[in-house]
Design a protein around this ligand. Sequence first.
Ligand code: SRM
Ligand code: SF4
Length: 521
Amino acid sequence: MTNADTKTKLNPIEKAKAAKHPLLLHQELEHFAQIGWEAMDEFERNMGLKWLGFFYRTVTPGKFMLRMRIPNGILTSNQLRVLAEITQRYCQAGGFQDQGNADITTRQNIQLRGIRIQDIGDIIKRLREADMTSVQSGMDNVRNITGDPIAGLDADELIDTRELVQQIQDMITDKGDGNFELSNLPRKFNIAVTGGRDNSVHAEINDLAFIPAYKDSVLGFNVLVGGYFSPKGVAAAIGMNVWVSPEQVVALSKAILEVFRDNGSRGNRQKTRLMYLIEEWGVEKFRAEVEKQLGYELAEAAPKDEIDWEKRDHIGVYKQKQPGLNYVGLHIPVGRMYADEMFELARMAEVYGSGELRLTVEQNLIIINIPDSRLDALLEEPLLQRFSVNPDPLKRSLVSCTGAEFCGFAIIETKNRALAIIKEVEAELSVPSTVRIHWTGCPNSCGQPQVADIGLMGTKARKDGQMVEAVDIWMGGKVGKDAHLGSLVMEKIPCEDLKPLLHKLLIEHFDASPRQQAVMV
Ligand code: SRM
Ligand code: SF4
């Protein structure tokens, strides 16, 4: 079936959306609380509520996950405390731990787990009081918009992304209340704005990305479009041959979303991401349609962009451009935090910094604006034993998607396994520099194995006549300057056989060496 054919055949999700716009479910929360999750319409419970940011988890029956929007990954201590309170009060046991938890995601965002349908209305109220929103964070919507995690702090920054990212979010979500105009896209849509030299947000894997570039000595952005990962295929974003000034970013984002909304295929959901429309039309026609929607012609792309640094992970202590101030990046193992830790992080941000925190797409957290005089005391805080500023090189760059603990799509368990294997490998091997190992529980690729040095994607394999949890292995992903996707190099490696293989790969490709055995006397 061609993309054009699929336009005439609406997929079942399109039919359900057409019958009732899922944002309208906000008005029915009290009713749902009365009837309970079991009596709810299946589409509304399993998919519709994702428009409000609540994801039903079949793995933990009766419980929802809350996916926030944290534009540019920026949080105040008060906001983090509200999320900690929600985690403590409303999130109940569900996964492998007997307490609710929060995860920092690969889109600089936070998800909370174990929420009951009865509590959704209250939680939305509390979020709005703290100037936060979870609206349109799932399904056919623009997802959390990523920006430079050290925007406004970096002496080498080209463009401060904070205000732009917030403005794009406000436009798309109607300032967090929900926007009927831009919440019925043909499929999910990822936007990233990068203002530094190191492509801190993986611009190349977004449907729409802005990367800094000079045109006639004016600083603005070259525009990339169409990046996506899916089980059917992956593609890096391509140049749209457009340069915009920062003032044009919001209008261009809106025009692109409207063109996608009105022309993207709503047929086979495997072929409805933006890139399919671009492939059908060609990039020239796509650009022309966007210009028509905007009402004016766009400038041609600048001949070169300004991404010329290797990517930084921001873990550790760094000087800010503001004299006497520092930011401290904490390593949050596979992004997981519990309520008491979130309260502590909020307190630390207030006591030592200005109360502001930042999240990264590597699932880590940064406390900012710490005066020189308070650094030593912060570094003595007990929580830094767990959330280290100087983790071992493999753990440091470990990223993992949610996996089987909470995700119904998962083929394998990821987060806990990733940590356990890395701990063992680090005890046995000495690795001279960081190696970015990304785990993802299924081919949806939420853990971005294609950007990793070593990417591990969940699958099943047959071993000794039994089906066992296994991984396909991707290698060669490059981030930062000259970013490109890695490729699939090995298939169906049973997880129980993975450790010796990782040893081999680390020794052969990353200069690792076996640690000396302790001499027995
Ligand atoms: Fe994802 C679906 C988790 C980033 C590609 N993703 C899902 C769902 C919602 C499926 C579900 O309902 O169970 C997962 C929720 C599991 C859970 O309980 O946590 C899920 N995705 C995640 C997160 C939490 C992974 C993480 O641990 O960090 C990330 C949340 C980001 C956020 O804050 O919004 C997450 N997902 C990604 C990324 C990476 C990125 O955006 O840079 C990708 C690949 C990039 C892309 O989208 O092109 C990604 N997720 C998918 C897909 C495949 C999309 C496709 O076009 O086929 C699905 C399935 C779908 O949409 O049909 C999916
Ligand atoms: Fe779930 Fe698969 Fe995404 Fe992991 S990659 S969070 S298992 S959908």
